[in-house]
Design a protein around this ligand. Structure first.
Ligand code: C6P
Length: 411
């Protein structure tokens, strides 16, 4: 099977990910749980080793050599993220601990200052809990309400219903760029333009988009964009919140402490400039520097090349899976990222996932932190296979053999 083209050499890419080269339960590991978290390439791992071996120090507050190196590394990562997202300014890039943290920042800093009693916060039926719960907390505190853009049975957002909901003039529209549970790629640019025309502020949850799509915040036009580093070949505990400068400027800080202040007395403080106003305390320095390396890695492979590869894998796997009796692919939006959520007959996802693990295959099972979506679809959860740059058709062939075997055992 030829999977190597001049532009895209899967075998070479796999050599960058030492974790893939191991046996699990006496079988070669097949890692299809990339939507939960991707594996890390050698340059990212090396960056962490290099940092702690040679230049660890706290940042922004030391005049000494190591402090300067660490500060330069951390701020260089900010520039890489700014360029990657095509943001206008470095000040618009806030480092967070992940998507959840970024959305909470917006909910607590922007939401608590701007959402009032009677306001509507519009989310979508596809949302991850982390783009629901923070809004529920603000809505409860302020007496606002939450409304939901519905989906059709394929997992595509209903744009007519969206237009009707926008007519109610929501204060905020928050939705994911790509659904983690179904893989649906939402028409973000059009939806953001419509939200703005209705006078709403927009937040995009980009957790599942960053590893698979070229994201350009200027082109999208969104007000806020949140993502996690660990799903895009970077370390856990890293993330980014992009926000338009004017909005970030007008927002009060969320967390208080060192670094986010300009001056402090015993009774009151003034706050630092952007982006530091939102980065209280010693940040995750080593991992954030390594996130910059992950972004370099992503760009070296080319996000478009990765997306094309993953699309090929998704189509290849879906076609074969459909031949399994009683197979239900959950989420069949025409525009879909490398995620296949499925159920087979009455088999419980947990049982199938556990058996696949015995054969060395890592998939995720359950509600994928989208419990309301699973309720809407009338299912307890799914089995989810999700692909990354390093997965291969050979792995899918092995997955199919194992899947058929497990289904046979459990039917
Ligand atoms: N989804 C999944 O297996 P954090 O945990 O902050 O890095 O990301 C949260 C999050 C937010 N939005 C979307 C669309 C996501 O997919 C996730 C994380 C993982 O699908 C873990 S539940």
């Amino acid at each position: 099977m030829i999977e190597t083209t001049e532009q895209y050499d899967t075998e070479r890419i796999r050599r960058d990910f030492p974790i893939l080269n191991q046996y699990v339960n006496d079988r070669p590991l097949i890692y299809f749980d990339n939507a939960a978290s991707s594996q890390k390439p050698i340059p990212v791992i090396e960056s962490l080793r290099e940092y702690y071996t040679h230049y660890h120090s706290n940042i922004h507050r030391g005049v000494h050599h190591l402090a300067q190196l660490a500060t330069e590394g951390y701020e260089a990562a900010r520039t890489k993220v700014k360029n990657h997202l095509n943001a206008s300014k470095r000040e618009e890039i806030i480092f967070t601990y992940g998507t959840t943290d970024g959305i909470n920042l917006v909910a607590q800093a922007w939401g608590r200052a701007n959402i009032a009693a009677g306001d509507i916060i519009l989310i979508s039926a596809l949302e991850h809990h982390s783009n629901m719960v923070p809004w529920q907390q603000v809505a409860q505190e302020k007496g606002a309400s939450i409304e939901v853009i519905p989906i059709d049975d394929h997992g595509t957002l209903d744009q007519e219903a969206y237009a009707q909901l926008l007519a109610k003039k929501p204060k905020l529209v928050a939705f994911n760029h790509v659904s983690n549970a179904l893989g649906t790629i939402n028409p973000a640019k059009e939806m953001i333009a419509a939200a703005h025309a209705a006078g709403a502020i927009t937040l995009l949850d980009g957790a599942q988009a960053i590893p698979h799509l070229k994201v350009d915040v200027k082109d999208l036009g969104c007000d806020f964009y949140a993502f996690s580093g660990h799903k895009a070949y970077g370390p856990t505990g890293t993330g980014v919140l992009y926000g338009k400068e004017a909005l970030l400027e007008a927002m009060p800080p969320w967390r208080g402490g060192g670094e986010m202040i300009a001056s402090v007395s015993y009774t009151e403080s003034t706050y630092n400039a952007l982006p530091y106003k939102f980065e209280a305390g010693t940040p995750n320095i080593a991992d954030t520097i390594a996130l910059g390396v992950a972004i370099d890695y992503l760009n070296e492979l080319g996000v478009e090349n990765i997306a094309a590869h993953e699309h090929e894998l998704t189509t290849y796997a879906t076609e074969q899976m459909m031949n399994i009796p009683d197979m239900r692919i959950i989420g069949q939006s025409p525009d879909k990222a490398g995620v296949i959520s499925f159920l087979v007959g009455e088999i419980h996802p947990f049982d199938l996932g556990t058996l696949l693990d015995k054969l060395g295959i890592a998939v995720r099972t359950g509600h994928h932190c989208t419990e309301p979506l699973m309720n809407r679809l009338g299912i307890p959860g799914t089995i989810r296979a999700s692909f990354a740059a390093y997965n291969t058709k050979r792995e899918i062939d092995q997955f199919m053999v194992s899947l058929e075997r497990c289904v046979g055992m459990l039917s």
